[in-house]
Ligand binder design. Sequence first.
Ligand SMILES: Cc1cc2nc3c(=O)[nH]c(=O)nc-3n(C[C@H](O)[C@H](O)[C@H](O)COP(=O)(O)O)c2cc1C
Length: 188
Amino acid sequence: MVHVSDLSLQYCVGCGSCYKTGACIYKDDIENLSLSVADADGIIIGSPTYASNVSGQMKVIIDRGHFVMEQLLHGKYAICVTTYENYGGRDSTKILNKLLLYSGAKISASIALRNRFNKNPMEDIRLKQRIEKIVNSFLEDIVKRRRYRIQGLIHSIIFRMGIQPFVKRKGLEYEGVIKHWKDNNIVC
Ligand SMILES: Cc1cc2nc3c(=O)[nH]c(=O)nc-3n(C[C@H](O)[C@H](O)[C@H](O)COP(=O)(O)O)c2cc1C
């Protein structure tokens, strides 16, 4: 379990070094986090809702985490969880779902939990049971390699018609991305 707010992180400055070389100019906790994600069978990603969006800390992870271009979640299963108090929980869930889908993950579940400020949602027994069910199904997905055909189709359209041609047009500027795809059998 990684608490985003404990990490030492720099903002993305848009230098393009990761696209060219595969590595960020900053050697901070996000680079290590990306390596752990690349090793995982699945991830559970969560954020509170701040102003109908994910938290600022989560946005830095999204910008710096090598997710979409490098297809970091290719072949992995994922759950996204957001909390909110009043309004906008679905907006932040949508942002995390898009990140997961565009990065190649299969989304086992996405949850928007309405919860009072600083209250532990797991104190609600019914909610706790619902979450346990979702987590068991997530683990089963990983073990049985469950197929999510519609998500696979949507991802394939986005990747083949949007991301891949864009990267090819960029040529050498994106050679780090293409190398990553080849090394990870995302393209041959
Ligand atoms: C800066 C800030 C902005 C927030 N914006 C929203 C919001 O737009 N909609 C909402 O329902 N709750 C909002 N909240 C409440 C949090 O989403 C809610 O407290 C959180 O999900 C519960 O987790 P916590 O235990 O970390 O507080 C906001 C809280 C903070 C601190």
